[in-house]
Design a protein around this ligand. Structure first.
Ligand SMILES: C[S@@+](CC[C@H](N)C(=O)[O-])C[C@H]1O[C@@H](n2cnc3c(N)ncnc32)[C@H](O)[C@@H]1O
Length: 292
């Protein structure tokens, strides 16, 4: 079974998603550069449509994006961001694409690090050998490579989703079939595993920040808060989770969701998830420094 088809969803990606934690990234850039963020080179691994590049570019010298999907990179290039340079390639080959110590900050946002091994093994889930518990050797290799492409005082910023955030605060995950939830969750290295790997390589983990802000959610707000969301393709396409489900599974969940809307339980479910989201956040940013 193939996983998310980014070629297909590239066109609507920016309509459905927004970059989370840009302020945290800019704070780290400023710290690394001793206040002079305009001198910074940022590397965005798995840059997608360049949504982070668009937000960060006015404040830094240069942003380099690495992205494996040609359609996503096309969207990124179409943004016409002057100080944004893109490379089509796999982040598993990071050290072959960019030289050592070429950047000040590396960002990896949802969930390119998590899934790097998937693309490496040809988009086929059952070949996923190196992005599974407990080793997560795919993501671990990327962390090693990131260490070497960063300048001595650089920072690595990962935005990911904790298992508890998926299970308690992410409606799109909680509504997915159990079978799909299990596969999806197992691809996310637990946050403490990521932190351990970072420290083993030599990074100092400075902070682990859940995004609890009202508007810091994976989907754009109007989509996120639409009670009819799960009935619409736009909502289904907004995250990778449901691309693991069969058409029959999706239909059966949608039928159940319609019933839940009618008897008021859908609203109740959404309110409870939203309450959890604002307490524990839907995503977490890990901020690690190389030289501090
Ligand atoms: C969910 S999107 C995230 C895009 C962007 N970073 C964001 O936060 O909105 C994941 C992106 O990572 C890319 N990606 C996944 N694995 C990759 C790999 N091994 N090498 C390069 N890009 C990868 C996908 O093609 C996709 O564009």
């Amino acid at each position: 079974m193939s996983f998310e088809n980014y070629s297909e969803i590239s066109k609507g990606y920016d309509r459905r998603r927004k970059p989370i934690g840009v302020d945290v990234i800019l704070g780290a850039v400023t710290r690394v550069m001793g206040g002079f963020s305009k001198r910074a080179t940022v590397l965005d691994i798995g840059c997608g449509t360049g949504n982070y590049a668009k937000e960060l570019s006015p404040y830094i010298k240069e942003i380099i994006g690495i992205e494996v999907n040609s359609k996503m990179i096309e969207e990124a290039n179409n943004k016409g961001i002057e100080n944004f340079k893109t490379y089509e390639g796999n982040i598993s080959d990071l050290h072959k694409i960019v030289p050592e110590k070429c950047c000040d900050v590396v960002i990896c946002t949802l969930p390119s690090l998590t899934f790097c091994a998937r693309l490496f093994s040809g988009l086929v889930l059952h070949h996923l050998k190196d992005s599974v518990p407990p080793d997560y050797s795919g993501p671990s290799k990327v962390i090693n490579d990131v260490y070497s492409v960063l300048n001595d005082k650089g920072a690595f910023i990962i935005n990911t989703m904790g298992h508890h955030q998926l299970a308690e605060a992410s409606a799109f995950f909680m509504l997915a079939p159990k079978r799909v939830q299990e596969i999806f969750q197992s691809k996310f290295p637990p946050i403490n595993t990521l932190c351990r790997r970072l420290e083993e390589v030599g990074f100092k983990v400075h902070s682990v920040l859940p995004h609890c802000h009202k508007t810091e959610c994976v989907m754009k707000n109007e989509l996120h808060s639409n009670i009819e969301g799960p009935l619409n393709k736009e909502w289904i396409d907004a995250t990778s989770v449901w691309s693991l489900a069969t058409d029959e599974e999706i239909k059966s969940i949608q039928d159940k969701w319609r019933e839940m809307i009618n008897d008021g339980k859908a609203q109740e479910f959404f309110c409870k998830t939203e309450e959890a989201r604002q307490k524990i956040g839907e995503t977490t940013t890990i901020l690690a420094y190389k030289g501090f």
